[in-house]
Write a protein that binds this ligand. Sequence first.
Ligand SMILES: [Zn+2]
Ligand SMILES: [Zn+2]
Length: 327
Amino acid sequence: MRAAVIAPDGRFEVAEVPEPKPGPGELLLRVTSCGFCGSDIKARPIMPEGTIMGHEFGGEVVGVGSGTSSTWREGTHAAVLPALSCGTCDWCRSGFVIHCPQVRLVGLGGAGGGFAEFAVITEAASIPLTPRVNSRYSALVEPFAVGLHTIHTGGLREGDDVLVIGAGSVGLTTAAWAKVRGAGSITVVDPVEARRDVAKVFGADVVLASVEEAPRNSYDLVAECVGHAELLDDCVARARPRSRVVVAGVDHLPKQFTSSSAIMKETTLTFAVYYSPAEFETVIEAIADGVIDPAPLLAKEVPLDQVNEAFADLTASAVSGRILVTP
Ligand SMILES: [Zn+2]
Ligand SMILES: [Zn+2]
């Protein structure tokens, strides 16, 4: 099969690689499309040569391993939850599969990802797509699950005034779910005008170019969706006393944080990563029911050969929304 693998120079190279075979409890998926995100930018330099990246994808079942449930048939479409876990530990049983001690991250070095014609995924991590969801959106289930998990972890309550910092896909999907779940008001901050425009489509009542423009002590939930930990002081400053700040953006660098104002306000500071199978199912139902329209998140679709160009566009923030690679 053809796959975009990490080459010795760290770029992607489209190569012919062996087609994976589904083992017991696994499915062979023909990848419909696969998205990129900021995590890929951060992870690519540390991925070993030959890695098949891509953790936001869906596909059509074209092979069924032994011992899988009888409901899987060839032709069924699935969205991939890109964390393969043991399925039996307490974390797996409670749905927090990312914390399973045996977890393998799909497309981030633990198992082959979606920048390939085919991928093998456990049936537990293959979330069936109802026929009511257009299969071209299967790769967008993951980003919407990130947003849903962010508002769950942040403890969004109906009527909350919500401030979302960053209108990349995490911020946009967080805003979209805040809207669906009855936020009182939604303010989204992003310096890029095109992204602010998409934020309005996803439910933002107010869009701002800079966090400095957001009033202090005014929000019940602040979501940091950029991955710049130096924004934490700004987040706490905007939060009301005894309210919540949820961090969904990943920062690998040490940054300063002044705890005094968070202490004086008794801010709940929490962090969100990944999602549960139930959250994937919720996203799929919401798309099927028209509660969430994923279309505005889809910037463009490109063939596998253009994976390097698409990656460059993403790195330069040249597009708002997802570029999907269609192997
Ligand atoms: Zn991602
Ligand atoms: Zn487990």
